[in-house]
Design a binder for this molecule. Structure first.
Ligand code: RUQ
Ligand code: CUA
Length: 674
């Protein structure tokens, strides 16, 4: 964007190419840069053999391909040989595709697209009865929504660190939250927020007690009103923070035990949960404390102008443990079925406070030790660091001024510990395992690396900035928002990718850039094009924490993760007339469907149950039925059902869509409607 074709416009290595070709380029020398991380140990172990290769054939290859020493080093750091696997999983939002992407780090290989808010035929998502029920549960006023805008993914946590059990993702456009079970990497639940139509930030509390959802645009509570004046906005529009109770034993959100806290209509944005000493609080920023409304509602300036007047917006501090006690004591009413603490009550009980934060803030991130809250103002070149202890002292002292809704405000100076001037357009911060913080700079298209200091305000210093291509949004680092950041990498999730990839028409790929942060200087290792919508945020988890199953136990209903009592029984397949409907019981195996002919009368309602009776890993069978708009994927052990009305006489082939054996093409049958 800034016209720096080669990133920062500088050559990307300090050693000249001729020096390299002249014999400087041993892998030992290349690998020696920044090998002080756990994952570098493996590289160090193979240093000798790699050195032999690089000085021999590899040198010729590098020469022929015009690779610089830094390129070779980058290649060695990201290459995962065939048959070997990655050190980390990155789970990225799929933006307005409504899905979730699973990517290996450091290879940056795409491993899976998890269908969530949007029907996805490869996975049968939105076609099987079970997945349709999940999508139906996320309906808005009865309309089943078939898209989503995923932004903020979050792993379940135990003790403030990822535990590898569940994964949550929001849908910004309809204020919904989905639960993914990491045993099978499948979506199991979608809940619709009954208070609002748009959300933004999602985080979990340190032991996954709650999945916290921040509302986004100011909305009349429950959205059913047409009173849209500036006055109505002030009086009746609100924000909210919803604490969805997560039942880890069931793997589901329990709306009955969830609650929300009403907030002023300030357009709450991203949020983060306190940890360790600050556990019990959540921190949410906001971007429209001006209460700007569309021009047409009052004749004022355009919305984006109106919403950028103030030099300070508000960080919201919510004491969720106190709110939880209020809810549990029964002193809270319900709104649209959800326990709801109105603004007045939240203020009176000491649940809610504000702190001014510089200008149009976006990211808010709690440091690994739980002591500080880092806020980035998009229109301010600093990150501002607030001390949790300082905030608590100011609250205890009292005499706080209030906003126009009566919410007490902790003075900026009383909360602030330090500010670091990082560059233009700071957005989001992640933490390394090295006492460093990393902040994305949207306007500068760069990543800033800075040091964490202490309460005295000392030690908070910018170290360097690294250009990325281009317009970086979030960053993700291994366990980079937990109490135990692992370090080693930072991934820049860039929104633009000018001059990075082969042209594919006007919709450019989004660009994920893998950065090595183990050395003195950060280095971009790899560009990964995303061939779909823009991932906003991602989280990176140690592969050792995930224990996915590879074959479902026999007869599994994936929505209960238990044996389906109605599973078709092997050897007892067939078509059965149940009076008002027809039941088909089908087994699937290499390379046949049993039965391979299904006959029904025109107009029959058909309930078709399928059971992949395979027990071998990866023996997946698909099921696609012509004309009836049906596509399924049955992994070994899985049971699914479909329902439809056979409304037209004719012969309709069904076949397996997964190339499962040499006789895969023969794995088919006919539905005969007479
Ligand atoms: S937001 S970068 Cu949801 Cu930060 Cu997009
Ligand atoms: Cu089963 Cu192809």
């Amino acid at each position: 964007m800034q016209g720096s074709e080669n990133g920062d416009g500088k050559p990307n290595a300090t050693i000249s190419r001729s020096a390299f070709m002249g014999g400087l380029g041993t892998a030992g020398a290349l690998l020696a840069t920044g090998c002080n991380t756990p994952q570098a140990t493996t590289a160090a172990a193979s240093r000798n053999s790699a050195a032999a290769v690089v000085s021999g054939d590899a040198r010729k290859i590098a020469q022929a391909r015009g690779l610089m020493p830094a390129d070779v080093a980058a290649a060695l750091k990201t290459y995962v040989p065939s048959g070997k696997t990655d050190d980390y999983y990155m789970f990225a939002s799929g933006g307005h595709s409504g899905q979730v992407l699973v990517i290996g780090v450091p290879s940056m290989r795409l491993l899976k697209v998890i269908p969530v808010f949007t029907p996805e035929s490869y996975g049968g998502w939105g076609y099987s009865s079970g997945s349709r029920d999940v999508l139906k549960a996320g309906a808005v006023d009865g309309t089943v929504i078939t898209h989503g805008d995923t932004h903020h993914p979050t792993f379940s946590e135990t003790g403030g660190d990822y535990d590898g059990r569940f994964f949550f993702i929001n849908d910004k456009v309809n204020a919904r939250v989905a639960v993914i079970d990491l045993r099978d990497f499948e979506c199991k639940q979608i809940v619709k927020n009954p208070l609002t139509l748009s959300n933004h930030g999602v985080c979990v509390t340190p032991n996954s007690e709650y999945v916290v959802e921040s509302s986004h645009y100011g909305m009349p509570v429950g959205w059913k009103t047409s009173d849209v004046t500036k006055e109505a906005y002030r009086k009746r529009f609100r924000g909210s923070q919803t604490y969805w109770k997560f039942d880890a034993a069931k793997g589901r959100i329990d709306p009955e035990r969830s609650f929300a806290v009403e907030l002023p209509p300030y357009w709450q944005d991203i949020l983060d949960a306190g940890k360790l000493g600050s556990n019990g609080w959540t921190f949410t920023n906001s971007i429209d404390t001006e209460l700007a409304v569309p021009e047409d509602w009052h004749g004022g300036p355009a919305m984006e102008v109106g919403a950028s007047q103030h030099d300070m917006d508000f960080l919201h501090l919510l004491n969720w443990k106190l709110a939880e006690r209020l809810v549990q004591s029964g002193g809270v009413s319900k709104v649209n079925g959800l326990a709801y603490i109105p603004l007045e009550q939240a203020v009176k009980e000491g649940v809610l406070y504000l702190v001014p934060e510089p200008k149009s803030p976006h990211g808010v991130d709690v440091t690994p030790d739980g002591k500080y809250v880092v806020v980035s103002g998009k229109l301010d070149p600093h990150v501002s660091i607030y001390g949790f202890t300082k905030i608590q002292q100011a609250i205890a002292k009292g005499h706080l001024r209030r906003d126009s809704y009566g919410v007490p405000i902790v003075a900026f100076e009383d909360a602030l510990v330090a500010q670091v001037k990082v560059g233009l357009g700071p957005l989001h911060t992640q933490f390394g395992g090295d006492g460093h913080a990393y902040t994305s700079l949207f306007l500068d298209s760069a990543v800033a690396r800075w040091t964490l200091g202490d309460d005295s305000g000392k030690g908070w210093n910018l170290l360097e900035t690294l250009p990325v291509q281009y317009n970086v949004g979030h960053l993700a680092a291994p366990h980079g928002d937990t109490v135990h950041p692992r370090g080693g990498y930072v991934v820049a999730l860039n929104k633009w990718s000018l001059d990075r990839f082969l042209p594919v028409g006007p919709f450019y790929p989004r660009n994920l850039q893998l950065i090595d942060n183990t050395g003195e200087k950060m280095q971009v290792l790899y560009d990964m094009p995303i061939g779909m919508a823009e991932p906003h945020y991602a989280q990176i988890i140690d592969t050792k924490l995930l224990k996915p199953i590879d074959v479902y136990p026999k007869n599994t209903d994936v929505f209960t993760m238990a044996a389906d009592p109605k599973a078709p029984v092997f050897g007892k397949e067939g078509t059965f007339d149940r009076g008002d409907h027809i039941v088909v019981e089908m087994s699937m195996m290499r390379s046949e469907f049993r039965p391979d002919v299904v006959r029904v009368k025109r107009g029959s309602r058909v309930v078709w149950r399928l059971n992949n009776v395979e027990t071998a890993k990866n023996a997946i069978h698909g099921f696609a039925l012509s004309k009836y708009n049906i596509s399924l994927s049955l992994e070994p052990g899985k049971v699914e059902a479909i329902e439809f009305v056979a409304d037209e006489p004719g012969v309709y082939p069904y076949y397996c869509t997964d190339f499962c054996s040499a006789l895969h093409l023969e794995m088919m049958g006919y539905l005969v409607v007479a």
